[in-house]
Design a protein around this ligand. Structure first.
Ligand SMILES: [Zn+2]
Length: 105
């Protein structure tokens, strides 16, 4: 799955490519996560490398998709890919991605 996302990203050369790639929110989020966490999710609060997804098949529809909780017992911070994300982590400012994402909805 990660290699598929890398393939998608590598094909994005222009804004219209990006819009095409971000046609739905789910794909947008996966792309963002791939850019922000190329080596896996990291808690933005404490830097812990393990976290669990709070939304998904087993958790019902209450939580937002893409919401994670830090597995560090002393932290338990809840975050998404856009929470406290350093802009230098991506080549494009996240607000551009967010704009594209909302446009894709
Ligand atoms: Zn944490």
């Amino acid at each position: 799955m990660p290699s598929e996302h890398h393939a998608v990203l590598s094909r994005i050369k222009t804004v219209s490519d990006m819009v095409e790639a971000l046609r739905n929110e789910e794909r947008c989020r996966h792309l963002l996560e791939q850019m922000v966490w190329p080596r896996g999710r990291i808690c933005p609060a404490c830097g812990f490398r393990e976290s669990i997804a709070l939304a998904g098949r087993d958790t019902g529809a209450k939580a937002r998709p893409g919401l994670y909780q830090c597995s560090n017992g002393a932290c338990r911070h809840q975050f998404t890919v856009t929470t406290h994300t350093p802009l230098h982590a991506t080549k494009l400012p996240l607000r551009v991605w967010r704009k594209r994402c909302s446009a894709a909805l």
